[in-house]
Design a protein around this ligand. Structure first.
Ligand code: SAM
Length: 379
């Protein structure tokens, strides 16, 4: 039986090419079957592939499994068509569900009514929902999209967004999402044989992401995924995959340095690194960014990957001075060092005087932000 389904790997806008590169490096599903689209990657795969993608991808935010797609012109037809689909093939009896609908350019514009019709059809086949969970576990998210006269119904294979990997519980000022941090690390051109430094580490997201890559740990290792609740899911195969991933863990031998002048940020970095199982790999210093381990007396060619303060006000003199000094210090690093800096303000990044190119543009904390890199493979 052909168990292949349409899968969609969703990511932050702007991260698609980095998600595609990360995907290609996993070798999971033939890369030529993948189409890069706005907001993510479309491909064919089964439920195990959806699970493996959740486990492997650090730049993705969700993996959607398409359960049904059909033409539809009005609400009564929506219900009739949903009744004709055998939902018990995927969804367990009495499953806790959360049905969400979005509509675009359609006569079925009332998203609440669309979600209600789908939920009624699902409940009729699956039986009543149990009492709300007391263990904090999320319901299965069923996403209904109506575009024109086409209805697409998908299940979110991830559950909680993939960037919630489980270790970044302590935040400092404006912590980066793990998926954005992962994309910045990839865009820097750093590879796990090189030293890594984040001199403005905040809660430690960037150096922890790098240390986990160097340690052979996958982004999703510390959590479970909604797809594991689906009927056709092969739990034994998934356990075998988790086992082989765990067997590939290795000791981190390259220096991974971090600094922050804020004691709370340093404590958060240490606690997060502990939870991420990479505390031993990180050297974290409380102090000025210039004293970050790896920047003082740099040895082998490495990478500086960081998210220095960029403020919200354009032209803040203190920030301009800071970015100029960053440029002066990083500009003196030996030939070959990779640099990747995240900024909301391109002009601020150019104050470094470094030949930086834009690797991607995305959103962070309600702002448009830009990854500026030197020495990396940017098309
Ligand atoms: C935008 S935050 C970094 C957030 C971090 N990427 C994260 O995911 O949590 C910038 C950090 O730079 C630190 N910082 C600002 N000026 C500094 C300086 N002169 N030396 C060292 N750290 C500094 C701040 O304390 C703050 O934690």
């Amino acid at each position: 039986m052909d168990t292949a389904l349409d899968l969609f790997v969703a990511c932050l806008p702007g991260l698609e090419p980095w998600c595609a590169r990360e995907f290609a490096a996993t070798g999971l599903v033939p890369a030529d079957s993948v189409r890069e689209q706005s907001g993510g990657l479309a491909l064919r795969g089964d439920l195990h592939d959806a699970f493996a993608l959740c486990l492997h991808l650090g730049t993705a935010s969700h993996v959607l499994v398409r359960l049904a797609e059909f033409p539809c012109h009005h609400l009564a037809e929506l219900r009739r068509r949903c009744d004709r689909i055998d939902w018990t093939r995927w969804l367990p009896r009495n499953a806790r569900l959360e049905v969400r609908a979005t509509t675009r350019r359609t006569k079925l514009y009332h998203s609440g009514a669309v979600a209600e019709r789908v939920e009624l059809a699902l409940r009729e086949q699956l039986g009543p929902a149990p009492e709300p969970a007391t263990d904090g576990s999320a319901p299965l998210a069923i996403l209904v999209r109506v575009e024109g006269e086409t209805v697409t119904i998908s299940c979110d294979a991830a559950g909680a967004p993939l960037h919630r990997q489980g270790w970044r519980l302590e935040g400092a000022k404006a912590p980066l999402r793990e998926d954005l941090a992962h994309a910045l690390v990839l865009a820097s051109g750093w590879d796990p044989s090189m030293p890594f430094v984040d001199p403005f580490c905040g809660s430690g997201t960037l150096p922890i992401v790098a240390a986990r890559i160097a340690a052979g740990r996958l982004p999703g290792e510390g959590r479970t995924f909604a797809v594991e609740q689906l009927c056709d899911f092969d739990a034994e195969r998934a356990a075998a995959l988790r086992g082989s991933v765990a067997a590939g863990h290795r000791e981190v031998t390259v220096p991974i340095g971090a600094a922050d002048r804020d004691a709370g940020a340093v404590a958060a970095t240490r606690a997060n690194a502990e939870r991420a199982d990479v505390a031993a790999a990180l050297e974290v210093v409380e102090g000025n960014w210039r004293d970050a381990p790896g920047l003082v007396d740099p040895g082998a060619v490495g990478a500086v990957v960081s998210n220095p303060p960029f403020g919200k006000r354009v032209g803040d003199a203190r920030l301009v001075n800071l970015w100029q000094s960053i440029g002066a210090v990083l500009g003196r690093l030996p030939e070959g060092w990779r640099l990747a800096l995240l900024s909301a303000d391109r002009r601020l990044a150019l104050r470094t005087g470094l030949p930086l190119k834009t690797a991607f543009l995305t959103r962070h904390g309600g702002l448009g932000v830009r990854a500026m890199v030197r020495g990396a493979a940017v098309d």
